[in-house]
Design a protein. Structure first.
Length: 173
């Protein structure tokens, strides 16, 4: 009986070893195939998403150019001589442009989106700060003061635009 068990074990041992080796190779082949499929799917997705991401960066570049104080002052003409009304009109224009581009944040890095949002907020703050001056009495004086404020220094939108360009160079060579 003991001899028969040993003999049975000798017959089964090669089959068990062959089964384990086959299982190992099958398992590793399956993992490789899954990895290859995932890579190909990621590659196809990137190919489709790249133009959309570039378009998002283009739209945010356009947004930053539109809220650049010099461009904003040229494009938004006062409706009256009231400086508070013109200040509100400028802020509303910036907010409308930003709201129009909110969906682009899903294609940008979080850091880039935060810099763009900070640029928008800084531009609004600067306009409000300038408008609070007692020396400014009319919408035309406000326009002049905003232009003079950014004559010698870089605007928040220009700084954000530099970051957007830097990020694009890093992401896409």
């Amino acid at each position: 009986m003991e001899n028969q068990i040993i003999q049975l074990l000798f017959y089964c041992l090669p089959a068990i070893i062959t089964g384990l080796v086959a299982f190992y190779f099958f398992n590793s082949h399956t993992k490789n195939e899954e990895g290859r499929r995932r890579y190909l799917l990621h590659k196809d997705t990137q190919k489709d998403i790249l133009p959309i991401r570039l378009q998002a960066y283009e739209r945010m570049t356009l947004f930053l150019e539109r809220i650049r104080p010099a461009n904003l002052i040229i494009n938004v003409i006062p409706q009256s001589d009231n400086k508070e009304g013109y200040e509100s009109l400028l802020v509303q224009q910036i907010e409308n442009e930003f709201t129009h581009n909110l969906s682009q944040q899903i294609y940008l890095t979080e850091e880039c989106w935060n810099i763009i949002r900070a640029s928008k907020n800084a531009t609004i703050q600067m306009i409000r700060k300038i408008a609070m001056s007692n020396k400014i009495e009319s919408a035309d004086k406000l326009r002049e003061a905003v232009l003079n404020e950014f004559l010698d220094k870089s605007s928040p939108s220009a700084t954000a635009l530099q970051y957007v360009k830097k990020e694009l160079r890093e992401l896409y060579g």
